[in-house]
Ligand binder design. Structure first.
Ligand code: NOJ
Ligand code: CA
Length: 687
């Protein structure tokens, strides 16, 4: 053998050994890719193990999400593999500051590092699934994309395999999914392993004091994701199915919503995390001039107190003369809108069973709509339309275009929608002409809610949806999607057989439901006991706490929910509701403990004013608050609305102290909150 041949042989053998070693190493250390947040505090690892994709997450060097599965199972698609290879990988970074047309804060920085992973079948070099990770300093989002393909046009998702391996049995705040009454339940506080299947946002606290919120962003044409608890503190995505069991149907390309994990060192940071908004697409509406946050009153609480009725007859609430009284009141105190429920045909009889009877264009005879909108316009007030569907969405969709055109022609700028019905009760007609029944949270209804927002935008109408799909930040893309319910609101205090919302309910909402987006809670009940109307029900707060809720529970549409007469009798505290804005330049959380208390300050977008809202659960508390958020060197007048001496929600709810003080950003003030109480303050420049 020549020397040259020997060298060649040695070289070949060495190469072979190197390749073998590399292969072995790959087996022990599955192929992994890391992606860091801009400040490197959050680290996401993507890895393949035996052809299956996984991810894990570290925060400040600690693992917060252990190795967790990714992917899907498809129905009737034998081409879709259950083992993959990694194809192209692409890395990007993004840093931009954008302005909200309205919101809890004006400017938001959207700064992330992105990794896109293309997965291919083991034996072919074509991408069948993309996973896109966006890593922020305060969390991450990832979404899937099924790209277009030559052989298949559409897919049916049988199951989403995404997991969130939380490692430990964290504290948790949640509501159960698949319940009759949609999202309208009190929150559970307990441990992760007590959950069966929960709605998102799901809030968690680790033993070391890190707060997590798992949710989704940009829920468009997909099923809503709930979270099922598996063994070993692992949560698995559970998509709300269609009536035939399929989770999602779609024509390729199909994008999932972003699966989101917010991470924070304090509960307040969850409130000021804008991850969900950042993961949504920018505003798609060209002109947003017509979209205006505002405050409203309405023919509403009197129904819930059973003083009048939605249905026609002697006790009908939505009469021309009653509506005019509300318009006068709104105009006198500067409210933008008057909501009128019960104005249209369909309320007589069992309207929940017979939602098909609702007309969205035909007013009851004693409601002269033309006269009313004219009367309102002359007084600089606009009517807020109401479309209760009883869940009969086919009936609603048929009338949607005509109805919204009519409202637009009448100068109606906002519509409150409603979908009161329970469980799997939403009728649709399938491909064979047969009726099927869907839930509020599956893909069928996700499509419906979006259709309403789109149709509304075409007619310059803002939407406030009750019995909605949960908020996932779509207000960024469609800013006419103003507010929504989607939790137990004030109304439960009027009639709930369980005694209404307990004092801690509103100390949980900001850290759970409201992490998705604004809520139309309808605060501001002054007659807390309504002994005349409903002696067995009541509101379980002090009067001052009702005021504080306007700052604590963010909504660009805020209602002064009580009867006008109850405000006229209490003009001093009512001044706070008249003053408080609904559109903010900035928001800061001064202190918080989930389920116990929270203090929030917000700066008005249209003046130099700041507003403070502080609330507590059933325990009284005292806080020392630094006013260092105020502009240095300036004097402010503080109008303070606090629980009076001996006030408490149970036995002395009305006692309120109203006083003025001059303060600067060096002042430290003491907040004294009664049991079930709160405090509200307006700070305005003083010269
Ligand atoms: C439930 C809504 O939450 C409530 O505000 C409304 O009054 C009723 N449905 C009737 O539409
Ligand atoms: Ca409701």
């Amino acid at each position: 053998m020549k020397i040259i041949d020997i060298r060649k042989k040695i070289f070949q053998s060495v190469t072979l050994i190197v390749i073998l070693v590399l292969l072995c190493v790959q087996d022990v250390y599955p192929q992994s890719n890391e992606i860091l947040s801009p400040n490197e505090n959050v680290k996401v690892k993507f890895l393949m193990d035996d052809g299956i994709p996984y991810y894990s997450v570290e925060y400040s060097g600690n693992i917060i999400i252990g190795k967790s599965k990714l992917g899907f199972e498809l129905k009737d698609n034998t081409n879709f593999p259950n083992r993959f290879s990694v194809g192209n990988l692409e890395r990007n970074s993004f840093d931009e500051t954008w302005n909200q047309p309205w919101g809890e804060v004006k400017s938001i920085r959207n700064n992330y590092n992105q990794l896109t992973v293309e997965l291919t079948p083991i034996d072919k070099n074509k991408c069948v699934l993309k996973i896109i990770f966006r890593v922020y300093d305060y969390g991450l989002g990832f979404r899937y994309e099924f790209p277009e393909e030559d052989e298949v046009n559409s897919i049916k998702i049988a199951d989403e395999l995404t997991e969130f391996n939380l490692i430990e049995n964290h504290n948790a705040w949640w509501i159960d999914a698949y319940q009759e009454n949609r999202y309208e339940y009190l929150y559970n506080s307990g441990y992760l392993n007590e959950i069966k299947i929960a709605h998102t946002p799901l809030t968690l606290k680790t033993k070391s004091g890190t707060y997590l919120s798992i949710h989704e962003a940009a829920l468009v044409d997909f099923a809503s994701m709930t979270l099922e608890v598996k063994e070993n503190n692992v949560l698995k995505a559970n998509l709300v199915p269609w009536s035939d069991g399929v989770k999602v149907v779609g024509s390729l390309p199909v994008k999932s919503p972003w699966r989101t994990i917010e991470v924070a060192d304090s509960p307040g940071e969850l409130i000021t995390s804008y991850l969900i908004l950042n993961l949504n697409e920018p505003n798609k509406l060209k002109d947003t001039e017509w979209i205006k946050p505002g405050k409203y009153v309405g023919i509403w609480w009197e129904y819930h107190l059973d003083k009048s009725t939605w249905s026609s007859g002697a006790r009908h609430g939505a009469t021309t003369s009653n509506t005019k009284k509300y318009i006068d009141f709104a105009s006198k105190y500067g409210f933008d809108g008057v909501l009128v429920e019960g104005w249209n045909y369909g309320w007589d009889g069992d309207w929940i069973k017979n939602g098909e009877n609702f007309s969205f264009t035909k007013a009851y005879e004693d409601f002269d709509i033309k006269e009313i909108v004219k009367y309102a316009a002359e007084r600089n007030v606009s009517l807020i339309g109401h479309n209760e569907t009883g869940g009969a969405v086919l009936n609603y969709e048929e009338q949607l275009s005509d109805a919204f055109k009519l409202y637009n022609s009448l100068g109606i700028k906002a519509v409150k929608t409603g979908y009161v019905n329970y469980g799997r009760s939403i009728k649709r007609i399938d491909e064979n002409g047969k009726p099927q029944f869907e839930t509020h949270h599956g893909q069928f209804m996700v499509r419906h809610y979006q259709k309403v927002v789109d149709e509304a935008a075409m007619n310059k109408i803002m939407i406030n949806a009750h019995e909605p799909i949960k908020a996932t930040g779509l207000r960024r893309t469609y800013p006419n999607m103003l507010s929504r319910e989607g939790a137990r609101g004030q109304e439960f205090n009027a009639w709930s057989p369980d005694g209404g919302n307990p004092p801690d309910h509103t100390t949980i909402l900001p850290f759970t439901r409201l992490l998705g987006g604004p809520m139309d809670f309808t605060p501001g009940i002054f007659d807390l006991l309504f002994e005349k109307e409903k002696p067995n029900n009541r509101v379980n707060t002090t009067l001052a706490k009702q005021l504080a809720l306007y700052v604590v529970l963010y909504s660009p549409l805020q209602m002064a929910a009580d009867l006008p007469g109850n405000y006229e009798k209490n003009l001093k505290p009512f001044k706070f509701i008249i003053d408080v804005p609904v559109d903010w330049e900035d928001t800061k959380v001064l202190n918080a403990s989930i389920g116990d208390y929270v203090t929030i300050v917000r700066k008005d977008r249209n003046s130099d004013d700041w507003y403070l809202g502080s609330i507590t659960d059933e325990n009284k508390r005292t806080f020392e608050i630094k006013l260092d958020f105020l502009e240095p060197g300036k004097k402010y007048k503080a109008e303070i609305y606090s629980d009076g001496k001996d006030a408490d929600w149970e036995n002395n709810p009305y006692r309120i102290d109203i006083e003025e003080k001059i303060v600067t950003n060096k002042t430290i003030i003491e907040l004294k909150l009664a049991a079930g109480g709160g405090q509200a303050i307006r700070f305005s420049l003083y010269d």
